[in-house]
Design a protein around this ligand. Structure first.
Ligand code: UD1
Length: 378
């Protein structure tokens, strides 16, 4: 079985790493394609280094652009590679523009090539169509032959959209495979010490969603809340390039100066910080899951989450929406008083470090192994 595995942006790299390893361990062929959606050394190379990822077989180098430009460039660059390789599967992960672009190319060529689309992290839904990721999730799932879910709550979402049950396979959370494999290395790094803060006595923040950082009012409300929190404990804020640029453009650099704002950090450095934070405040999807496994209280700075299992079976809570300075501060206080629980004490099913093995088993058994299923059934 030959699987072409696609990664494009920062949150993809920790998901493809265990899948490539599990393919190799099972004696199957894995071909890594990096679209180049993220390209800064700290957004990409640092993750390849930390995660022991192989050099991609193909690097499409597509870079930044509007959603249409980015998606179109990936599609154009990916198509000839797919035609040349004719893999059994194209494995796409998560919900970024590269995910949808490669899924769409593969689905269109399926009658000719027979390659199936397998979507890892299928079935998550925020219900918010203003988020580009929600569009990417729904459309990727719609054109996928094999929908590999990270948690059981994804299944009713897919069934409600008319996806046949026999295409849906529960595999668990591949990102947690990486977290559990890297945790002891991360803890030895002592990133808090390097930044001059004490373990369990700092807040860790990430902020990059357009809804939070492209709107000056929203960005100011959050940054002012963080400045207030910083009077009580240090606030560490590794900055996405988008956030840094907007804070500068909106004249908010002086708010950032009162926080421990840093350049983006690599995977292991981030895990070192997350595992020793008193509270995490974030608009990332992955961090909601990572804090759940690590037992660290998390405040999600969004209107809704596509990962509700982290609310019901984890350490996550939503900040009141719309975000205000007082709302964020209050949610932080509540999270702080919740306190931490032990690593792995309360985790959703299948977040056990073995999800990638189940991905590979599903690819080996999947609908594409049956030639008759190579005709699109929808
Ligand atoms: C993308 C994903 C988002 C994910 C996030 C993680 C989509 C629709 N969004 O958002 O789901 O949570 O990645 O980071 O795919 N930039 C750099 N260097 C880089 C990459 C980006 O400076 O290496 C800057 C550029 O100004 C670029 C901007 O960041 O225009 C946005 O990058 P883009 O890839 O379009 O989306 P993200 O906001 O990173």
């Amino acid at each position: 079985m030959k699987a072409m595995v696609v990664a494009g942006a920062r949150p993809n790299f920790m998901k493809v790493a265990p899948i490539l390893r599990a393919l190799a361990a099972a004696g199957e062929e894995g071909i890594l394609v990096h679209t180049g959606q993220h390209y800064d050394p700290q957004m990409s190379d640092a993750f390849f280094r930390d995660l022991g990822l192989p050099e991609p077989a193909y690097h499409l180098g597509i870079g930044s652009g509007t959603h249409a430009q980015q998606t179109a460039r990936v599609m154009e660059a990916f198509e000839p590679i797919l035609v040349d390789n004719r893999p059994d599967w194209v494995v796409v992960v998560g919900d970024v523009n590269s995910t949808l672009a490669c899924a769409l190319v593969t689905a269109k060529l399926k009658p000719e090539l027979g390659s199936g689309v397998a979507h890892v992290e299928a079935g998550l839904r925020s219900g918010d169509w203003r988020m580009p990721e929600e569009i990417n999730r729904v459309l990727t799932d719609r054109v996928s032959d094999l929908l590999l879910t990270p948690s059981r709550d994804a299944h009713p979402n897919l069934l409600a959209e008319g996806i046949p049950a026999d295409r849906i396979v529960f595999v668990g959370n591949v990102m947690i495979d990486t977290l559990l494999a890297q945790l002891s290395v991360a803890q030895q790094l002592d990133m808090p010490g390097r930044l001059g803060v004490r373990p369990n006595e700092f807040a860790l923040v990430t902020l990059h969603r357009p809804s939070n950082v492209d709107d000056p009012t929203a960005l100011r409300a959050v940054l002012e809340a963080l400045v207030e929190i910083a009077t009580r404990m240090p606030v560490v804020l590794p900055l996405h390039p988008r956030t840094r640029k907007n804070a500068d453009d909106f004249g908010m650099a002086e708010l950032l100066a009162r926080l421990h704002a840093t350049e983006p950090v690599g995977y292991t450095e981030m895990l070192s910080l997350t595992s020793s934070a008193a509270v995490v405040l974030t608009d990332s999807g992955g961090l909601q899951e990572e804090t759940t496994v690590l037992g660290v209280p998390c405040v999600t700075l969004r209107e809704q989450t596509e990962r509700p299992i982290t609310l019901s079976e984890g350490t996550n809570r939503m900040a009141p929406w719309p975000l205000t300075t007082v709302g964020v501060r209050t949610a932080f206080d509540e999270a702080l008083s919740d306190g931490r629980v032990g690593v792995g004490e309360r985790v959703p099913e299948g977040w056990d470090g073995r999800a990638a093995e189940r991905v590979v088993a599903a690819l080996q058994n999947g609908p594409c192994s049956d030639p008759s299923s190579r005709v699109h059934r929808a």
